[in-house]
Write a protein that binds this ligand. Structure first.
Ligand SMILES: [Zn+2]
Length: 445
């Protein structure tokens, strides 16, 4: 048995074993009623544009007809009634506790997911879902755990992706854990932590003089090479393979489970590529099919940086897709996505959920970071702190009332951005950094 399964058995859990009709009772925790149901296969992959069905028996990127994003579909009808939400109690505190609605392969896991749902100290009905506590310090761990799990299952050898920073770090870590090569293309001005971690995880890093969209073009060029297929390479770019959504959708399952299976009135999600929001929306539909929740949905709120807000612009104009944002600039590196591949899905969710889209300036984000840190004890990534800006604006505009239950996502840890934060502080208050709060360094020791 692989070492990773042994580790997980120590904390009293098990995973579905592919192609086994039943779970071996000797690998279950003491409480066997928490057993994961027998392995279920993915029914098919479905194009979100034209509805075409594709096989999940081999790696797939996007719909060959129209480039639509592919969603993984399971046989949820046969699970309904058999898998009850009570069955989750006592399972592993990671996203793999939802094993029956995840790909049935041996997971490549570093303990991602089941992050804290912190009641706000400031607002009685607000919760902060702290994704900064994931392996590699961001929600990207979830998507990469699922994508790399399936890449190993398919026997792929090299994975390539463009990244604004944290996705690269997560891919590098999971690829290292799986013994697969990672090839990461990042803008040359990504946070230092992202460059460092990719290097240490042993990834091949290309720094690009441009934005994530330019990095994406380089990955597309690689795919044209003859060696691409021969060397079992695969493109795991955002929404260009179906499994990162599967990992990130577990945030939706967690919101429901951690709030006692009652979804909140609103969810604020910092939106770069938008996969977190797309995944959660998928999770809500799945949970309804499983009979775990009703048909009510939270208002889904996109927050973007004012310096790169293509979804906000498109939403305000009532458009179904967005346009490329020119001269994208913000220190919230993960929000510097000039055009999301899944923009049509995000805009559809905002509309269907009666949600909205909000922009936050870098100055507002920086102030919100300090506020959350000092009031809540949460040192949020700039992207995450943008959620607080959005909440404040939506309260001021009376979109949300004080009694509305709202989940604000902190998508990552500020520890990944120390260099960016310092630079931003210097820009905002040149004299501040040296003067403030330092008084009293004692030394030398
Ligand atoms: Zn299609």
């Amino acid at each position: 048995m692989p070492a990773i399964s042994n580790n997980l058995q120590l904390i009293g859990t098990t995973f579905p074993v592919r192609a086994k009709a039943s779970v071996d009772s000797s690998v279950l925790g003491a409480n066997s009623q928490n057993a994961i149901l027998p392995s279920m296969r993915i029914s098919y992959l479905e194009c979100t544009r034209c509805g075409e069905h594709l096989s999940a028996d081999r790696p797939q990127n996007v719909c060959p007809k129209d480039g639509g994003v592919l969603f993984v579909r399971y046989d949820l009808a046969s699970l309904k009634g058999k898998l009850r939400r009570e069955d989750l109690s006592g399972r592993v505190a990671s996203m793999w506790r939802y094993a029956e609605v995840l790909p049935d392969a041996d997971p490549v896991t570093l303990g991602e997911g089941f992050t804290p749902m912190l009641p706000s100290r400031e607002f009685a009905h607000v919760f902060i879902k702290d994704e900064g506590l994931n392996p590699t310090g961001s929600f990207k761990a979830r998507g990469m755990s699922a994508a790399v799990t399936m890449a190993r299952h398919y026997g792929l050898k090299k994975l390539a992706a463009p990244s604004a920073g944290n996705a690269g770090g997560a891919l590098a870590a999971y690829a290292a854990a799986a013994g697969i090569e990672a090839h990461i293309f990042m803008p040359k001005d990504v946070p230092l932590a992202n460059r460092m971690e990719c290097d240490y995880y042993g990834a091949h890093v290309t720094l690009v003089d441009g934005l994530i969209s330019d990095c994406g073009r380089l990955v597309a060029e690689l795919k044209e090479k003859e060696s691409w297929v021969k060397e079992k390479c695969f493109d795991v770019s955002t929404l260009k393979e179906p499994f990162r959504v599967e990992g990130k959708k577990t945030m939706g399952y967690e919101v429901a489970e951690q709030l006692g299976w009652k979804l909140p009135q609103g969810i604020i999600y910092p939106t770069g590529g938008g996969v977190g929001m797309i995944g959660m929306w998928k999770a809500f539909d799945e949970m309804e099919e499983l009979g775990w929740i009703g048909s009510e949905r939270p208002k889904m709120i996109t927050v973007q940086a004012a310096g790169c807000a293509p979804i906000v612009k498109a939403f305000e104009a009532g458009k179904a897709t967005s346009e490329v944002w020119l001269d994208a600039a913000t220190f919230a590196a993960g929000l510097r996505v000039p055009k999301a591949y899944g923009d049509y899905l995000i805009l559809d969710i905002l509309k269907k959920s009666h949600g909205t889209a909000v922009a936050a300036s870098d100055e507002e984000i920086l102030a919100a970071m300090r506020h959350w840190a000092s009031v809540e004890g949460v040192f949020a990534a700039p992207e995450g702190a943008a959620s607080l800006v959005a909440y404040q604006k939506l309260r001021a505009s009376r979109f949300f009332r004080a009694e509305d239950k709202v989940v604000a996502f902190n998508t990552g840890s500020a520890y990944k951005y120390l260099d960016m934060i310092e630079a931003q502080e210097k820009k905002a208050r040149p004299e501040a950094l040296t003067a403030r709060n330092i008084g009293g360094i004692i030394g030398p020791y």
